[in-house]
Structure formats: structure tokens, C-alpha cells
Write a protein that binds this ligand. Sequence first.
Ligand SMILES: *Cc1c(COP(=O)(O)O)cnc(C)c1O
Length: 428
Amino acid sequence: MTGANSQRLFHEAQAYIPGGVNSPVRAFRGVGGNPLFFKGSEGAYLIDVDENRYIDYVGAWGPLILGHGNKKIVGAITEQLQHGIGYGASTEAEVKLAKKICEVVPSIEKVRLTTSGTEATMSAIRVARGFTGRDEIVKFEGCYHGHSDGLLVKAGSGALTLGKPDSLGVPEDYTKLTHVLPYNCITSAEAFFSQNGDRIACVIIEPIAGNMNLVTPLPGFLEGLRALCDKHGVVLIFDEVMTGFRVALGGAQSVYQVSPDMTCLGKVIGGGLPIGAFGGKQEIMDMIAPLGGVYQAGTLSGSPLAVAAGICMLDSISDPKIHKDLAETTQRLMDGLKERAKSNNIPFTTNHVGGMFGCFFSEEETVSTYNQVMSCNSHSFQKYFHFMLEQGVYLAPSAFEAGFMSIAHQEVEITATLNAAEIAFSKL
Ligand SMILES: *Cc1c(COP(=O)(O)O)cnc(C)c1O
């Protein structure tokens, strides 16, 4: 049910932009059909170029925890605009944001801002390599850490949606240095480390995997990785670009009480503007230029507009009530969906933490591994996605993306979503 204006724009876009999109997961390849084009948004809603309104569970892929067009965030950006768009030099505001991040995430003693999550993970790995003097790294199947070369091995998100875990153009010599282990399997990590631990610079992991749908860590998994890294002198990096400030103010590390050596951030800290950050222990972070020999830079890093939005965002969500409300609303939606799936005899289960959730068309009671995610019924998801869209609910156009709740989603939106789901399930 793509409207005429979206159809026309998509047609034109394909002439000038590869695939008509500026990021592959925006295309509807995972669900079939053509993508919608949007022109506006408000609270929990997106408005497309054909004037259709949708309850939005993408939230710009995570940042919009306060909903679309939040007045405080818009005000903070507008205020900064009066003073300047960018100076290419230091500002008081970036010090304030850095201090705030260090206060909220105690494992971060020093932090550097970037322009995207991809840069944050790429730079964190470079620092970990510089710090340890080792080249090899470990990542986990189905985890996505942005699109830098060495990390596009068995990656999640768009790389999964397209069924291409690896990318052309990535030299094999780069990915030879990347070892991939199964998520949530501590015994295989232990076996790997007993053979190779002393050659590994860092382990990078999404502490809650949000790019293969949503998979939470099994009890003992993150703790086990912490112990292995300690034993072998390996830097443990939590990629909290998605989970940071979203599952709890202090991120997944505060939920599971496991402290990494380095943390990558993005999404929420820019309030919707382009930003990323990486930080961690002082002795590691002091390896970075101009203090140390690890080079890292960025023309637009610490953009005053993004920093203004970020400070306002962190101030706005520092009241514990925000994450409590988000978690309750998410819980209500998940319970309601499971109930309706069950009454329609649809095999269906969910995972959720704080304001993030995942829905699975699966016979399994719980989904906690990459293989379980991959064996979900993708055909059911595709049909469900389009039935929901027809009824004004915009879900991520892929079975491998997490869903995002905002505080603008109130009782009326949850009820409308559940009513839509009742109809969608009954038609499957
Ligand atoms: C989105 C995401 C990234 C990449 O961030 P970009 O800003 O898109 O470059 C990295 N890691 C995780 C866990 C993400 O969800």
C-alpha cells in the first residue's frame, strides 16, 4: 500500500541513488514492496508523503527515545543555531557532554566524540590494538558494529537482511584478523581463548544483541567474557551504540552489572543528530593522539548542534521514571502481542529490555541464539509487516531489526497497535 507519491519518489530515487536509499535497511528488500518516503513526524507518529500517519516503532533506529519533534530537543538545537553551526574548534558544551557521559556510565573515564557509531567502533578497536600491541579481534555472529572493513564478517542488521553476511570489497587479509564466535555460548569462547587468547587485542560485543532482532545475554555470558578478557589481557569493548541510554540510563552494563574496558555509544546521545562516542579506562584512552600514538580524528566530531541535542537528551532522560515508563509500556505491548498471537494459534515469542524489543515468529518459547533467530518464519513476518503497515503501524522493514519504544507512545497508541496486531495475526 505504498502511496502514489512514495512510488513516484522511489522511482526517481533509483535513478540517482543506488537502490534508491542511503542505507540498505531502509529499502524493503527484507519484506518485499517499495519503501515509504516521509515528510513529517510528531510524537509517536510518522507522516508519509501521501499524508498517511503511522505509529512508529523504528524511532530513527533508536535515538528518538522522547518521540519525534520533542520540544526540549528541538529547542536546544534551535538555541545553538543562534550561536553557530560549527566552529571546528573546542566548545564548553562538548566538555559538559563528555563529563555527563562519564558520570552516567562509570566504566567510562574518558570519552571522545565522533560523528557516527561506525567511527566509534572502528576507533575503539584501533585504540585497543594500539594499547595491547596485538592485531587479532573477536566479534560475535549476528552482532553489527557499523560498516568498517574488519567488522563486516557475519554481521547483523542490513547485512543479514540481504542474506550477505560478508561484503565485496573487503580484503580477505583484513577479515583474517577477525574471529567470529557464537553469541551466548561461553563454552566456545573459553575453548577459543585457551588456544588463542594471548593473540587477541579485543573482544567487541553488543551486550544485548539488537541487530539480529533482539537477543539478550544468557546469565553468565557477559561475566564469562569479562573473566576471559581479564585472564588473557584482552580489552573488552561493549558496543552500546544501540543499548546506551535506551535499555537503562547506564546502558546494558548497568543492567547486567558487567563493566567493560571500553564502551561505544551513538544514537540516543545525539538526540537524532549524527553522533558517536567511544570511551573507557583512562590508561587506554590516553593512547589516543595528541596524547598517545593512536591516530583518530573528525572534522565534524563534537558538532555543536549534535552536542546540544545530546546534552538536552541526557538531561531529559535522567529521571528514572523515564526508563521505568518505557519498560512498562514495552512490557504491555509485548504481553498483548503474545496474547493475541496465542489466541490466533500463531507461534510467536518476544524479547525485550527497557525500551527495546524483538518479535519472533518461532515455535521456540525463548530465542537466545543466532541460529534460533535465523530459523524464524520469515514469510509470516513479511505478511505481518504489511498487514501492520496497512493499519498504520510502521515496524522496521526486516525480521532482523529490534523495535524501539518512546515515551510518546501512550495507552492510545499501544491499544491501536494491539488492535492492528489482532487483525494481522488473524489473517496470517
Ligand atoms: C547502529 C549501530 C552501529 C553503527 O552506527 P552508525 O551511526 O550507523 O554508524 C554500531 N553498532 C551498533 C550496535 C549499532 O546498533
